[in-house]
Ligand binder design. Structure first.
Ligand code: ZN
Length: 344
């Protein structure tokens, strides 16, 4: 099982470091996430920093100022925070559970962007609001910060649903931050390598889970076109969607809904997966008409800390678990014919 244990710890009380901190006051709280401590080069860097910087030398610390980073979505923010650790000061524009397609930035968001050294965005048209935020920066007579679009393969902006795209994100974030703070390049790169290996583990786990779904039930209907990269990577075709397209902001026509209902019946689609921030009315209507299950899923955002998708890794685990459970369910109308499925 994969556990997401790599969030930077905010606690500065660290019993393991007491022998060093005890001699004199040391102004190096957790510069590195707790879980990275096993990494020897990082531990050495940390120790070196702790010995060089006395508590009172506030002026000397200007050089070691954290990089001011803005991330657009919570998913981008999670990965940026893992790679940047204590060397960055991160502001994430979207709140947990928000829909990126309908996001309206506030004046405070504009200030965060104007103040940032760098912005990390998903890209591929997901953040329609970003241009406006950059323009507002210019109106304050400030050169807007550079924007790094993380992107990924394919045309669907929901690139993170394929962990291989997020592996590339980790490398891109590490190399960008390393360029801005060369002293910490090794740290950023080591974190990216470690995260990449966790994502490889995640990918292996998803494959094993999906292998448990009978071949003829591997198809899904989603609320909008938000699982194309996942669908292609793990070979679960998206048979249709409630709102055709990559956004959640339109409504399907009556003809589109009639076609969707036919498709669900013809292809015996086991379930409709709907984002938790979506209005479920239309999907409920389609589910009722076709007699299939409506399954909530995470789409554009992580949950808050108490939810089951508080990190990208947990987001993927939660969604995969829901998808696999729902697709393994027997299809009520054709059960007698489907009894003999064994999967692979
Ligand atoms: Zn979306």
């Amino acid at each position: 099982m994969i556990n997401d244990t790599h969030h930077p710890s905010k606690t500065s009380a660290d019993p393991e470091r007491q022998p060093f901190a005890g001699n004199r006051e040391v102004a190096t709280p957790d510069r590195v996430p707790r879980s990275w401590r096993g990494n020897l080069p990082v531990a050495l860097l940390l120790l070196a920093g702790a010995l060089i910087l006395p508590h009172s030398a506030a002026a000397d610390e200007t050089e070691a100022q954290p990089i001011k980073v803005v991330a657009t979505t919570t998913i981008v923010g999670d990965v940026v925070s893992l790679i940047g650790g204590e060397q960055i000061n991160l502001e994430t524009l979207l709140t947990p559970d928000a829909d990126p397609h309908g996001f309206r930035p506030t004046p405070r968001d504009a200030m965060k962007v104007a103040d940032a050294d760098i912005v990390f965005a998903n890209g591929l048209g997901l953040e329609d609001f970003l241009d406006d935020l950059l323009k507002r920066s210019r109106r304050r007579n400030q050169e807007p910060p550079p924007v790094v679009e993380l992107g990924g393969k394919g045309r669907d902006p929901h690139v993170w649903t394929d962990p291989y795209n997020v592996m590339a994100w980790a490398d891109k974030i590490a190399s960008t931050l390393a360029g801005m703070s060369p002293d910490h390049a090794d740290t950023f790169n080591a974190r990216a390598r470690e995260y990449r290996s966790q994502l490889e583990e995640l990918d292996g786990w998803i494959r094993r889970e999906i292998n448990g779904i009978p071949q003829d039930r591997r198809r899904m209907v989603t609320d909008h076109n938000c699982f194309e990269p996942f669908s292609e990577r793990y070979n679960i075709p998206v048979a249709g969607m409630i709102i055709p397209g990559f956004h959640t902001l339109s409504e399907p026509s009556a003809a589109e809904l009639a076609q969707l209902t036919r498709t669900i019946r013809e292809q015996q689609v086991p379930a409709i997966f709907i984002g938790e921030h979506m209005n479920p009315d239309i999907a409920e209507q389609v589910a009722a008409e076709t007699g299939i299950n409506l399954v909530p899923i995470h789409t554009g955002s992580l949950t808050g800390p108490d939810g089951d998708a508080a990190s990208y890794l947990n987001y993927m685990i939660a969604n995969t678990t829901r998808i696999v459970e729902a697709l393994k369910q027997p299809i009520p109308s054709n059960e007698s014919e489907k009894d003999h499925d064994t999967g692979e």
